[in-house]
Design a protein around this ligand. Structure first.
Ligand code: OAD
Length: 236
């Protein structure tokens, strides 16, 4: 089976009701990104950050995967599919994707603020109990924090993601402005000769990549076109 690696960003979830980052003057769901998604922001005001993610988590549980997410998942019937996402939502998983690498953490989860990668204290909040109380503690006595990689923190999942990219037969980028590193650097690991598709309604600088095809559409419509293209190349 051929291997398809997807790299997805905020644009993937626009049709599920989420906003992009760079389209809204540095605001994330109406909050300045530095306030709610940076290490300094968390230290300065953990209550504000906790409440922000409580709000976002409720929104996530009310949201549904869009056709783009579903078509990515359906490709598992014919391809070995790996999804590398910068998104903290779980819409790929809820659409049925079974191999998802989250570079920037997961909104549905909370963790220790001493060490956010200490798996002993990472837990998923169920839909009917998805809010963290202000001052709530993790098992190690630290303040419970969102399982999110804030700006200024390391991105440990970049190593397995680069490994996946380096063994791709087809690489597909959906809905990311390729502005944030190290995620944006993943395209550089793609093997020479591997076709790279970009699904995004707007222009995205690609740094002169070879074998690059831009499908200038939204995630769902663009995925429909990609599926047709892949079917066509299989029957040839
Ligand atoms: P951006 O907001 O930078 O880029 C979103 C991209 O989605 C843009 O290129 C849009 O043109 C495109 N887009 C808009 N609507 C779309 C649609 N319906 N279908 C497909 N694409 C569409 O978001 P990211 O590149 O994901 O980090 O941002 C990367 C990281 O920066 C995020 O993970 C986040 C952010 O700050 C953290 O949370 C650590």
């Amino acid at each position: 089976m051929k291997k398809i690696v997807f790299l997805t960003g905020a644009g993937m979830s626009v049709e599920s009701g989420f906003k992009t980052f760079r389209g809204s003057d540095g605001l994330w769901e109406n909050y300045p990104v530095e306030q709610v998604a940076s290490h300094e922001g968390w230290l300065a005001n953990p209550t504000l950050v906790t409440n922000f993610y409580n709000m976002l988590r409720k929104k996530l549980y009310a949201a549904k995967p869009n056709d783009g997410h579903k078509l990515v998942a359906e490709l598992e019937k014919d391809f070995n599919v790996c999804v590398v996402t910068q998104n903290v939502d779980n819409l790929h998983e809820r659409a049925g994707s079974t191999h998802v690498i989250h570079l920037h953490g997961e909104l549905a989860k909370v963790c220790s603020s001493y060490d956010q990668f200490d798996e002993r204290y990472v837990r998923e909040l169920p839909e009917d109990h998805c809010e963290v109380a202000v001052g709530e503690k993790a098992g190690d006595g630290s303040l419970l924090r969102p399982y999110i990689v804030f700006f200024g923190e390391s991105v440990p999942m970049i190593a397995p993601a680069a490994e996946e990219a380096s063994t791709a037969d087809i690489f597909v980028i959906i809905g990311t402005s390729l502005n944030v590193y190290p995620a944006a650097g993943l395209v550089r690991y793609v093997p020479t000769g591997c076709p790279i598709y970009l699904i995004d309604p707007n222009p995205v600088p690609n740094g002169g990549l070879a074998n690059f095809h831009h499908i200038r559409k939204g995630a769902s419509e663009g995925m429909r076109e990609l599926v047709e293209l892949l079917r066509g190349s299989k029957s040839r």
